[in-house]
Design a binder for this molecule. Structure first.
Ligand SMILES: *[C@@H]1O[C@H](CO)[C@@H](O)[C@H](O)[C@H]1NC(C)=O
Ligand SMILES: *[C@@H]1O[C@H](CO)[C@@H](O)[C@H](O)[C@H]1NC(C)=O
Length: 368
């Protein structure tokens, strides 16, 4: 090998080294939930004051209030829900990643849609604080046009039209390309280290067709991200199906540096109402093998989880350690969410930390 080859190799090795050693040092993160994609149940103050109870998501809120009033309320919320002091507290608590959910309307609003413009500025402000205080950012495409899951957290509850119109794929891909380009700039490359293509697409009632479409979308948007950004890790959500469906993203050389995002909740669906507290606490242990296997293929994180259960279970500290400890068998975790406006501490990292349920300074060892 010539000196030049060695030099070039070294240069490549240096220029391709990540700001975060994924798979080696666990991601310990929080979601900035209820912020740039509104979620009423997170108890965001003032935004929903005086509105009829059926106004339940950001689309409806904007439509009901009209642009001017919706803008007034949303800007006040965007301005205050996440502060620099929050970011400093999170950093001091041992958090190393922020996952930032945003919707397509932050970067492009089709004619006739009621969204308020301006949330992207707040993404950039949060990234700026993250950089200043030494946190990594996972930018998360949470609200896709047509909705990929029909839930309020996609911005528009109801239909799941995302899968059924090419225009939705094209708009989403344009938005992700813009995001990738923005964060390829040298001042962001070491901060915004993960770009997530889509949060929680659901396949249920049209499984085969939607899975096919989702794989198409992942390829299309992956290519657009890579065209604009040669360094970010690209994360895909597992769509709530078994991880081996996604191993092609490791085996097919078309793709590189892909992360798998799995969400584990123990609440919402009826199956959980039969669980005893002990069963809740033990459940994460049943994920160990699956997480290990997935993580050997693709860096795997649990990008959403919480301490909520249908029953009142004490010992949230134990439950937290069981979860975090198991998720760190893979590449780490991101709790949903950083805070809750109505005092639901099981959903609130900062409260959980204040309550002594979560302490990131020691080792986290699950009992499995
Ligand atoms: C991304 O940034 C790198 C490093 O500055 C640069 O070499 C590359 O050309 C950029 N890619 C695009 C598509 O701008
Ligand atoms: C967190 O754990 C560390 C190490 O085990 C301990 O020294 C510290 O007092 C704990 N902090 C709190 C707030 O409990």
């Amino acid at each position: 090998m010539s000196k030049t080859t060695i030099f070039l190799g070294l240069l490549l090795a240096i220029s391709c080294s990540w700001a975060w050693p994924y798979g080696e040092t666990p991601v310990r993160g929080v979601n900035l939930g209820g912020w740039l994609v509104l979620e009423k149940w997170i108890g965001v103050p003032n935004v929903y004051d005086g509105l009829p109870s059926w106004v339940n998501d950001e689309w409806q809120l904007c439509e009901y209030l009209g642009y001017q009033e919706a803008e007034r309320r949303l800007k006040a919320h965007w301005e205050s829900w996440v502060t620099e002091n929050d970011i400093i507290q999170l950093k001091n608590a041992g958090i190393n990643h922020l996952r930032i959910p945003f919707g397509y309307w932050a970067l492009e609003i089709p004619n006739g849609e009621p969204w308020v413009w301006g949330s992207w500025d707040y993404v950039m402000r949060a990234c700026d604080w993250a950089r200043k205080h030494g946190l990594q950012v996972m930018i998360d495409f949470h609200g896709a046009p047509g909705s990929q899951n029909g839930n309020d957290h996609s911005g528009h509850a109801g239909e799941t039209a995302f899968f059924y119109h090419d225009s939705n794929f094209q708009l989403s891909t344009r938005v992700l390309g813009q995001v990738a380009k923005i964060f390829n700039a040298s001042e962001w490359r070491n901060t915004v280290t993960i770009i997530q293509l889509l949060n929680e697409p659901v396949l249920w009632d049209d499984y085969n067709y939607r899975l096919d479409r989702l794989k198409q979308f992942y390829r299309m948007s992956y290519d657009e991200v890579r065209k604009n950004n040669d360094i970010a890790v690209v994360a895909v959500h597992d769509a709530f199906i078994s991880s081996d469906n996604w191993y092609y993203l490791r085996d097919d050389p078309h793709y590189f540096w892909v992360m798998l995002d799995i969400h584990y909740y123990q609440v919402f669906t009826p199956e959980w109402s039969d669980y005893t507290c002990e069963q809740h606490w033990a459940l994460p242990c049943r994920y160990v093998n699956g997480l290990r296997q997935a993580n050997a293929k693709l860096w795997t994180i649990v990008g959403e989880w919480s301490l909520a259960t249908p029953k009142n279970c004490n010992n949230q500290g134990y439950f937290a350690r069981q979860q975090m400890g198991v998720y760190e068998v893979a590449s780490g975790w991101v709790m949903w969410t950083f805070k809750h406006g109505a005092g639901w501490s099981e959903w609130d990292f900062m409260a959980s930390q204040r309550n002594g349920w979560i302490n990131l300074s020691g080792a986290i060892t699950p009992q499995c």
